[in-house]
Structures are given as C-alpha cells and as structure tokens.
Write a protein that binds this ligand. Structure first.
Ligand SMILES: *Cc1c(COP(=O)(O)O)cnc(C)c1O
Length: 407
C-alpha cells in the first residue's frame, strides 16, 4: 500500500477505511451528521480555523509537548533507548484535550451554543468541560450513576468547570446507558448542539475528525525526534482503547520505515470478560454506529470487558485501527494489568514521571521490546499523567515495593 497518499484516500466519502467505519444512525440524525461532515470539510481548510487552533494549542494547551529520553530506565533494561512523547504535559493532563479543543472550535465556527457527551471514567467529560469553559459554550455530560459514585474527583472537576453532569439511572447505569442518553439528547437538540465523541470511534465523520485533531501529536513527535537524533525511531508505540492517542501518534509515521505497534489491555488474561483486547480476540461486527472489530459474547452481543485502566475498557476499537491491522501496517500486542502496574512504578521511580494506567500499557510494551531488541530506539506516546490513578494503585498495590527489580 502507498502510504504517501493515505490521508487523501482514507476514509473515503462514505467514511470507510476499507470495509470498516461508515455511518449507521437513526434516520432523524442522518442530516445532522451530514451537516457536521460538510461543515468540517470546509472549515478545516479555512486559514482562520487553522490559525485559531494553532494559537489555542500554543497559548492554552502548552503545545508542543516535549519528547523526552528515558536514560535511566533504558540503561536499567539494556542498550535500546526509550523515548516518551509527553502528552501528560498537555493541559489537563492527557491527549484528550487535543480533540476536545478541536470539537469546541468547530462548534463555535458552526454557531452552536452547546456541546454534549457521555463519559465513563470521566476523563473525556473533564476534557470537554475544559473546552466548553474556554469557548463559553454550555456543556452537558451524561454519566452512569454507578460511574458517578466511583469517580468523584472527575465529577467535581466537571462541575467546577461549569458543566452540567446528568446521572443516568437506568439499566446497568454505566457507559452504555450514558451513550444512549447522550444520543437521545442530541436527537432532540441537534440544531443548537454538537455531540462530541471522545475517541476515534462512532459514526463518520468522528473517526476522521478526532484523528485529524490528534495528528498534532505524531507530527510534533516525528519532527522533535528527528531534530534530536538525526534519524527516526525503530519502533513507535501507544496504548489503544478507542484508539485516539495511538492514531494521533501513528499517522505521521505510516509512510516511514518504522515499525508501529498498538498496545491493547489484556487485563487479568485471555478469557472473555477478563480483558478488552478487541483486535487480539475480537471479530468483525457493528456497534455504536460503525463497522469495526468487536468482542462478542456467545449470543453475538458486545461482551463485557475489563481493564485496570478504565480508559481502555471498550469492547470495540476505532475503524481505522481495524483497517491498519487488516492491511498489516500496524501490529497489535497485548499487555496485562500486572505488566502495566510494573511499568507504572518503574517509570515513576526511575524517571520521576507518574504515568496514567492507560499509558503504562504502552510503557510496559516498550520495556518488553527494549529487552528483546537490545539496540535501536522506541518512541512511546505517554498519553496522560497518573494522578487520577493514585488512590486506586495505593489501595491495591501499596507503594510498589514489589516492583523495583529489573529481571
Ligand atoms: C482515555 C484515555 C486513553 C484511551 O483512549 P484512546 O482513544 O484509545 O487514546 C488513553 N490514555 C489516557 C491517559 C486516557 O485518558
């Protein structure tokens, strides 16, 4: 495949990456999604939009975020060098703000008054509430009542930022019901509202739009690494939940002679229900309005999933990842909870960087590969910081006494 022309050709006009992607919506919503697609295609090329987004990234988000060489960690493992793209230093502590600011600016350009979304663990809700405060937009976040109880700090952040957090109190009262509630709201209010999806998932144009907004990560990192070293890394890697931080990193390297690896959460192991490694164990299927790879139960319905990292526990994956897997350009590997926790403590102790448990999966894979390779270099997208995970980690793993030694 010729990846020089990749961005021009994928997705196609129907929002397809090969046989994945597309748009499956209730008929009432089709015009609204067509409007967003149309508007985005025009606006994303306007110099006013592009220069405003650049200014926001520089002045509000603190971009570009640095690329950092983990000298001590690398030396502990051997001769292969590990580098991090520091999205944990992006304002609000993770890569998610990259697409939320893009979606907020699009809402502003379209003259909308209100942005809405669902959230599971609350990370997307916090990033979107941040964008809403910046742009002066109303913000409503749907969240399962069960999740609201578990994620008090993120609920507090959203409220302080001025968002209206609506508890969803039917069914299992978690993410799936929150998605349904957000869709219902959008159906009733699409004239003055935009529904902002939190990853490269959902119906077209969201997988494309969120990718385009996240691409800044890889474009910056490629140039920074090249400036530092004079060549490109041998391996580029990132964790994959829905896949937004990974696609943002990978896109810039698709046409390069660089190995690209997406890291899925293997949780407690390979049994259905114990992990969320959708590409590793899933099959073709449709959910939430797009074709992709889905983890299914015996009845063919989306299976229950689990990961220590709540940002990674989704039973499907962005359609572009399913495609890049199918054509063999990106490899997908899986990392267990235990390996992720080990990487969490080692990166903290040897580099002074406490990573999010999601990002710890990518660090764990880099450590595994560095040990095998014993030469060359690996660039990791460190998608977010770990402050949000401290209480959970301390309660379950103490202060990491057991995770000091390199073997
Ligand atoms: C939400 C989140 C992820 C997973 O989302 P993707 O769309 O797969 O990137 C990864 N890391 C962090 C820090 C997150 O908050």
């Amino acid at each position: 495949m010729d990846f020089q022309r990749y961005l021009k050709e994928y997705p196609n006009a129907e929002g397809r990456f090969g046989s994945y992607g597309g748009v499956y919506l209730p008929p009432e919503l089709e015009p609204a999604f067509r409007d967003i697609t149309e508007a985005y295609r025009t606006i994303c090329h306007s110099s006013q939009f592009v220069s405003e987004l650049r200014r926001i990234r520089r002045e509000f988000q603190g971009r570009p975020t640095p690329v950092y060489h983990c000298e001590r960690l690398s030396r502990k493992i051997g001769k292969c060098q590990i580098y991090l793209k520091r999205e944990d230093l992006n304002h609000s502590g993770a890569h998610k703000l990259n697409h939320c600011m893009g979606e907020g600016l699009l809402a502003k350009f379209l003259g909308k008054k209100r942005i809405i979304a669902e959230t599971g663990a609350g990370q997307h809700g916090v990033a979107l509430a941040t964008a809403a405060a910046f742009f002066g937009l109303d913000c409503t976040i749907y969240m399962g009542a069960v999740d609201i109880k578990k994620q008090a700090p993120n609920v507090a952040r959203m409220k302080i930022l001025g968002a209206n957090v609506v508890p969803v109190e039917h069914g299992a009262q978690t993410l799936k019901e929150a998605v349904d509630a957000a869709f219902e709201d959008y159906l009733a209010n699409y004239e003055d509202t935009i529904y902002c999806i939190g990853s490269v998932v959902g119906p077209h144009p969201f997988p494309m739009m969120v990718r385009d907004f996240q691409m800044v990560v890889g474009v910056e990192a490629r140039e920074q690494f090249q400036d530092m070293m004079g060549f490109l890394p041998d391996v580029v890697t990132a964790c994959v939940g829905g896949g937004s931080n990974a696609i943002g990193m990978f896109t810039a390297f698709l046409a390069d002679p660089v190995e690209i690896v997406g890291v899925e959460p293997l949780g407690r192991g390979g049994k259905l229900g114990d992990h969320a490694a959708s590409i590793t164990y899933g099959e073709k299927g449709m959910m939430h309005g797009f074709d992709s790879i889905v983890l299914k139960d015996a009845a063919g319905e989306p299976a229950p999933v689990y990961s220590i990292a709540s940002g990674l526990d989704y039973p499907s994956v962005g359609p572009e990842h399913a495609f890049l897997h199918e054509v063999g350009r990106v490899n997908y590997e899986a990392v267990t909870d235990e390996e992720a926790v080990d990487a969490f403590f080692k990166l903290s102790r040897y580099e002074g960087i406490i990573p999010a448990l999601e990002s710890s999966h990518a660090v764990a894979y880099a450590m595994r590969r560095a040990k095998e390779m014993q030469t060359g270099s690996i660039l990791v997208n460190l998608s977010g910081r770990g402050d949000k995970d401290l209480d959970y980690v301390i309660e379950n793993y103490g202060y990491g006494e057991k995770y000091k030694d390199f073997v």
